[in-house]
Design a protein around this ligand. Sequence first.
Ligand code: AHR
Length: 486
Amino acid sequence: MAKIILNPLDSLGQINRNIYGHFSEHLGRCIYQGLYVGPDSAVENVRGMRTAAVEALKKIRIPVLRWPGGCFADEYHWEDGIGPQSGRRRMVNTHWGGVVEDNSFGTHEFLDLCEMLGCEPYITANVGSGTIRELSEWVEYINSPSDSSTAQRRWANGRRDPWSVKYWGIGNESWGCGGNMRAEYYADVYRRYQTYCRQYTDVRPYKIACGPSDSNYEWMQTLMERAARYMDGISLHYYTVCNTWDNKSRATQFSTSEYYQTLKKALFMDELVTRHDAIMTRYDPEKRIGLVVDEWGTWHAVEPGTNPGFLYQQNTMRDALVASLTLDIFNRHCDRVTMANIAQTVNVLQAVILTEGDQIVLTPTYHVFDLYKEHQDARQIAAYVETDTIGEEEWRVPRISASASEKDGAITVTVSNLSESEPQDVTLEGFRAAAAEGRILTGKMDAFNDFGASPLGVQAMEGIALCDGKATFTLPPCSVAAVTLK
Ligand code: AHR
């Protein structure tokens, strides 16, 4: 029997809804054919946005969407993507497959999409190959309520009111594809570029510096030491790669050992957040600055026969568990993690939606976001997990992962059974519940949803017993559940 001991009196504060954010890059079929099919498409759409994808994302209450990259952001020149679509500049997407990008999806289309989704836009500005003037005029174009010449260009393109975009990334992976800068140099570049990300409305820009990848603690140290006072957030990127970057595991065909290896590597996020937080706390003990994990998720080998530059991969229950344990980690660090964006929304890496023509598939990872949505803006509460470990040698992981929150008198406990083969009895203690209900996602570790057959979905949980206010239930192997206690 595993125990989860809740303590509603012990809280780190509110779980920022933006932890449940997403990322969409001009990469492969994420934007084109994925989210955006164009207004003339036979696929059902509203102003070019794929209706089924918009509806699905609204259902999981997508809070924030990051765009246009990724590596693409540092080659993106926003003026190429405004005005009549037929006249827009065609460029080569050098990072992703060398395909021609016709810029038909630009600033207006992205912000229209965010309005349809009811989510906040998060725009990453070009620092690697863009000028300060480009950045500053992009902010003015989007946010200025004035009649400046730049704002008037927006009017001419059909939008009178400013959008008041709050979240601005100042470059992406500036240590790599965003310019190969040294931390010391980027810290100065960041200070300079962010100066011109001006406030035009009552919405103050929330400026996000490019932070480290993985365990590059030196980068975090240097940025915090030199530029902390100029930032509201700093990013962290971490991808879960099973085996090695040169020999990644297949998305749907993998061994039990690779399964546990993947979960173990995903759990490394806890150490990363803890150690980066510790460095940040030296310079920001009040935790004013948010850690923005704006790229995370599994990175597997591409599906055979697909363009290697498009990063298209299927998504199994293994991915679902990576999502659940990662979101548990973010919930447990909600005093520092203010936003996270899974990479990437549609058809790329750990996607929540896959598309093929007019068909869409909701992946197991999508269903995890559905199960976790009650955590958005809820008050995190401590959930101590008493469990043993499972798996092989260096890839041993806790059998159970969990996190909890409270909203409107109800407690949501999300709990996963990481064992691929054994069910597990679980008791929830520490809160006298009068009623308990739950929803669950479960399947074999390599089960997945595909076009024409989607066996995996969220179901009502049977057999939750209440005794002396404690809830007890059995989790099947490889499962993710959300239990509500009242
Ligand atoms: O998400 C795919 C790529 O991974 C992004 O473009 C880049 O920022 C990261 O290296």
